[in-house]
Design a protein around this ligand. Sequence first.
Ligand code: IDP
Length: 151
Amino acid sequence: MEQTLVILKPSCVERGLIGEVINRIQRKGIIITGMKMMQLDEKILREHYAHLVDRPFFPELCASMMASPVVCLVLKGINVVEVFRAMTGATNGRKAAPGTLRGDFCMSGQANIVHASDSPENAKVEIARFFKPEEVLDYTPRDLSFLYADD
Ligand code: IDP
């Protein structure tokens, strides 16, 4: 099974949406193997958003990601990177499809509720950035017979 790194951003935490997002993750059948609250700083954000450091909105992005603690999650499932990106929706909440997290819960292109890794390779790097190895548990629910019935 694949793993992905998800961050419930300050826009999710401050608006009281942590439970909503975790509820959707669990109802879908995605397995949570790591979960913790963290206060991000500029050092980790410069690594995490290295592809955006030269963009004019980067200082504002950093400030919005440091505005409150975040919740970091490691999720596990077959094709979970692609599955959770689809559940996340387009970057800008105003363009994200209804039914997606961003489409249902935000109107912003920056304070857009969640981060989700965009490839299995990046997921590995991002999980190692936010979690110590011992913080990601080797956990699989007992009965996956309905969840992944055709695999
Ligand atoms: P993604 O989060 O959908 O993968 P990225 O392009 O990797 O999108 O951007 C990372 C984050 O940077 C976005 O989720 C959003 O918070 C912020 N961001 C991206 N583009 C803009 C922009 O044009 N203005 C303000 N913030 C942006």
